[in-house]
Design a protein around this ligand. Structure first.
Ligand code: TYD
Ligand code: MG
Length: 453
């Protein structure tokens, strides 16, 4: 006996399904995200259609040709770095970012460079007309007469033309504008995005085409459309930056072909995006005099060190629940740090709002930021600046102990190179020999570190 649900509601945030409407998604907790869809494309048939494996049949591991996948440079060394060494044939990369951040610019320039090298490329635009793309290419000064363009949003038509064209690299800008005739719901709906993406992914896997998908980002900062999109692709990149800064950061949040902590840095100039191959100190704001609430750390996300400024603002709160806001940092780490400061340093913060931020739209996920963050908070609370030329890094444990971080020597060298004269670091990271030009204070507990204030 087959029971068919008459109605089906799908969460536009996480893709969870439910037979009845609700104000809040039971899976991800998003509000007002359930939309009604026809129950189509479910069951094993749908999975098989979206099947990614090119050849099926069971093999022994030893029989598999484990040849490293061939990489092709994109023309941007910064993009190659984030991808894990370049473009892989048959790989699907999803690039998310706020509107106007430069996704179309990045991919137009990339395809332009590929086309100029003789790679067969196809740029499919569902957002701009061919004239707009042409004008932009002209403004970017692309010498890519051979770059192929298509303004189309129907996936079946795109795949038919792409199959005849045979591009090595194809861009879909953007996946939210695509629709497939196989699904009756409106373009932009969850099942449309999911099915369209599944067809495009299948095409990429079967033909070995490298597929670059542009994805929109919601107000909350996650890729719009079902979370399932992130599971379907090999690599998810985010293109980010401050609205008032010309610097843009490209980060991987998922990568089947490389590490996820690499970071690519670009500058948006009049002539398009330019790579910043030595970004180490561009994210420091230059204060005339030391200001309270600011600490500089050396982060080492990915393969190179980077100096970043951590800022904190602590202000008296009159709300029942004081606010805690972290931009570019993990809010859970902030909560832990505040508890450590309260317990081990006697710092009272329950009646204070605490806002923390990393300058320049950079994100720091590593725990080495803890000590800098703690000092920035204390500095703001006491309204006393940290000394000029001080660099700080170290992980803070729950007992208030300062734990060592990886690549301590390299971080110190980077700081010296940029004119820092003092360093506050974990005891276990202290170099055996003195570092010329750097006064090092190595600490074991958070209470020793507060002596700088
Ligand atoms: P765009 O690539 O259209 O962003 P997205 O596709 O992510 O929405 O970028 C548009 C912004 O970039 C726009 O605000 C203008 C700016 N820009 C430059 O500063 N210089 C340039 O050469 C180009 C092409 C765009
Ligand atoms: Mg665009």
């Amino acid at each position: 006996m087959s029971r068919k649900p008459k109605r089906l509601f799908v969460c536009s945030q996480c893709g969870a399904q439910s037979p009845q409407w609700a104000g809040q998604c039971a899976e991800c907790g998003a509000w007002n995200s359930l939309v009604e869809e026809r129950a189509a494309a479910q069951g094993p048939g749908a999975l098989r259609r979206a099947g990614f494996a090119a050849d099926s049949g069971i093999r022994a591991l030893g029989e598999v040709d484990a040849v490293a996948e061939a990489r092709m440079t994109s023309g941007f060394a910064e993009l190659d770095r984030v991808l894990g060494g370049g473009l892989v044939s048959g790989a699907v990369v999803l690039i998310g970012g706020d509107p106007g951040i430069g996704k179309t610019t990045l991919l137009t320039q990339t395809l332009g460079m590929l086309a100029a090298r003789g790679v067969a490329t196809l740029y499919v635009t569902g957002e701009e007309s061919l004239q707009q793309v042409g004008l932009r290419a002209q403004r970017l000064g692309l010498a890519a007469q051979d770059m192929r363009l298509l303004a189309e949003t129907e996936v079946e038509r795109i795949l038919e033309l792409a199959a005849a064209e045979g591009p090595g690299v194809m861009v879909i800008d953007s996946v939210q504008t695509m629709f497939t005739t196989a699904v009756p719901s409106a373009p932009g709906s969850v099942s449309q995005v999911r099915e369209s993406a599944a067809r495009l992914v299948q095409f990429a896997k079967q033909t070995g085409t490298t597929l670059l998908l542009v994805g929109h980002v919601t107000k909350e900062g996650t890729l719009a459309g079902p979370r399932i999109l992130e599971h379907m692709v090999d690599t998810v990149l985010y293109f980010e930056g401050d609205a008032d800064s010309r610097y843009r950061v490209l980060r991987a949040v998922k990568n089947r072909f490389g590490a996820v902590n690499e970071m690519g840095v670009f500058a948006m100039l009049d002539g398009g995006l330019r790579e910043v191959s030595n970004p180490s100190a561009i994210f420091l704001s230059r204060h005339e005099r030391p200001v309270s609430g600011s600490a500089v750390m050396v982060t080492r996300e990915g393969s190179r060190p980077l100096l970043v400024e951590v800022q904190a603002l602590v202000a008296e709160s009159h709300a029942a629940n004081p606010r805690r806001l972290a931009v570019g940092l993990d809010p859970n780490r902030l909560a832990i740090l505040l508890a450590v400061l309260q317990r081990h340093c006697g710092t009272v913060l329950y009646d204070q709002d605490v806002f923390v931020n990393v300058v320049g739209g950079v994100r720091v996920a590593e725990t080495a930021v803890d000590l800098a963050l703690a000092l920035a908070i204390l500095s703001s609370l006491r309204d006393r600046p940290l000394p000029e030329g001080l660099v700080v890094f170290g992980e803070v444990g729950l007992a208030g102990e300062i734990r060592p971080v990886q690549h301590g020597q390299e971080r110190l060298r980077e700081a010296v190179q940029h004119g820092f004269r003092q360093a506050l670091i974990p005891r276990a990271n202290a170099p055996r020999r003195p570092v010329e030009g750097l006064e090092i204070q190595a600490v074991q507990h958070i209470t020793e570190a507060t002596g700088f204030l």
